[in-house]
Design a protein around this ligand. Structure first.
Ligand SMILES: Cc1cc2nc3c(=O)[nH]c(=O)nc-3n(C[C@H](O)[C@H](O)[C@H](O)COP(=O)(O)O)c2cc1C
Length: 362
């Protein structure tokens, strides 16, 4: 099966099936409500900067697609809306364009539709290892990217019979690419990044980590459906077994931010409230993929509408936590409960650090 056709399979399954993880870790987090915010809602400034560009709010549409002619419209619809609302956008793996230049256009159309926002390219660590660091410059040029995400998806690869599980040398490949023209973002795709691996990535020169944590789209789950469709019982069982494997997104944010990385919180970010929780835990930006896929099959207006609901809930959360700007939100108390708290404590973090009264500027 070609890379492009596999991507179409993934999109179809994500649109038709229940592909999300069973754990909803953002439900373990609660802000302290401020009945006297002391500011007007109108004063709130949700803006931030990312990769040297201005954003209306700290959100990106995480990389999903490109690579098959039928995916171009989805990418263009996402890009038009991202440009209109003022958020960043990633494209899906550009591997298919390395294999066949004809599909480059399904990626480059994103920059044509969104000239001003940060656009993030995408390639797998295994392809980077094979192609060498010059692949990064080539991919960046293809879409005039502001950064390239190198994805680490060894869980998904382990479930696919055609999966590429040669993880040896991945960190060296990433290290070799960190002094190129554009920054590298190390990115998981739904199983999260632990402190141990964040340490290795930072030591290799990576400054930005997209945690792609557990709690949203499960790629083990997607592969279970694909396996079921082709009658592969063993891989179906494997996909179901590992459905909820990984580091929960809020845990991963705390583990990576503790080491000083610039963190993108993605994996199960399903509202502007989850975005705000991510920032309060130490992320610079939040990212979401699946929630924008179905709107993107309809048109840019539908994607923009979904983004605006994120924006309104994000702004309202800032208001109700007395956060006038992103700096204030970073120090808004957030209570960590349940399994997320247990995991963080077992990993040596004092979760009260996030929930105790933190003196704010107001
Ligand atoms: C249809 C679809 C395709 C995806 N393709 C890619 C990809 O090519 N490269 C990648 O790094 N991540 C890919 N992802 C993963 C997302 O970027 C994101 O890390 C993951 O879905 C978790 O976010 P979510 O829970 O908001 O969906 C894809 C996600 C979806 C839904």
């Amino acid at each position: 099966m070609t890379t492009g056709n596999r991507k179409l399979d993934h999109i179809r399954i994500c649109l038709e099936k229940e592909v999300e993880g069973r754990s909803k870790p953002f439900n373990d987090l609660a802000f302290v409500h401020r009945t006297l915010p002391g500011i007007d809602a109108d004063e709130i400034d949700t803006s931030c900067r990312f990769l040297g560009k201005d954003l209306a709010m700290p959100l990106m549409i995480s990389g999903m697609t490109g690579g098959h002619p039928d995916t171009k419209d989805i990418n263009v619809n996402l890009a038009l809306a991202a440009q209109e609302v003022g958020v960043a956008m990633g494209v899906g793996s550009q591997r298919a364009a390395l294999e066949s230049a004809e599909v480059e256009e399904t990626f480059s159309a994103v920059r044509d539709a969104a000239p001003k926002i940060p656009i993030i390219g995408n390639i797998g660590a295994v392809q980077l290892k094979r192609g060498g660091p010059e692949v990064i410059d080539h991919l960046a040029e293809m879409i005039d990217a502001d950064a390239i995400a190198v994805h680490l998806n060894f869980l998904q690869e382990s479930i696919q019979p055609e999966g590429e599980t040669e993880a040896r040398g991945a960190i060296e490949a990433i290290r070799s690419a960190t002094d190129g023209r554009v920054p590298i973002i190390a990115k998981e795709t739904g199983a999260g990044i632990s402190r141990e691996d964040a340490r290795a990535l930072i030591d290799a020169g990576v400054k930005i980590i997209d945690v792609g944590g557990l709690g949203g789209t499960s790629w083990s789950g997607v592969e279970a459906y694909r396996a079921e469709e082709r009658g592969d019982g063993e891989s179906t069982t494997m996909g179901r077994l590992f459905w909820d494997w990984g580091v929960r997104t809020p845990v991963s944010v705390v583990e990576c931010a503790a080491l000083g990385a610039e963190v993108i919180s993605s994996g199960g970010v399903r509202s502007g409230i989850d975005m705000a929780k991510s920032i309060a835990l130490g992320a610079s930006l939040a990212g979401a993929a699946l929630p924008f896929l179905a709107p993107a099959t309809k048109g840019p207006l539908q994607v923009a509408e979904a983004l605006r609901i994120y924006e309104r809930a994000f702004r309202t959360t800032m208001f109700l936590t007395a956060s006038k700007n992103i700096m204030d939100l970073r120090s808004a108390p957030v209570i960590v409960l349940g399994r997320t708290r247990e995991v963080l404590e077992q990993r040596g973090f004092d979760t009260r650090k996030f929930s105790i009264y933190r003196e704010m500027s107001k």
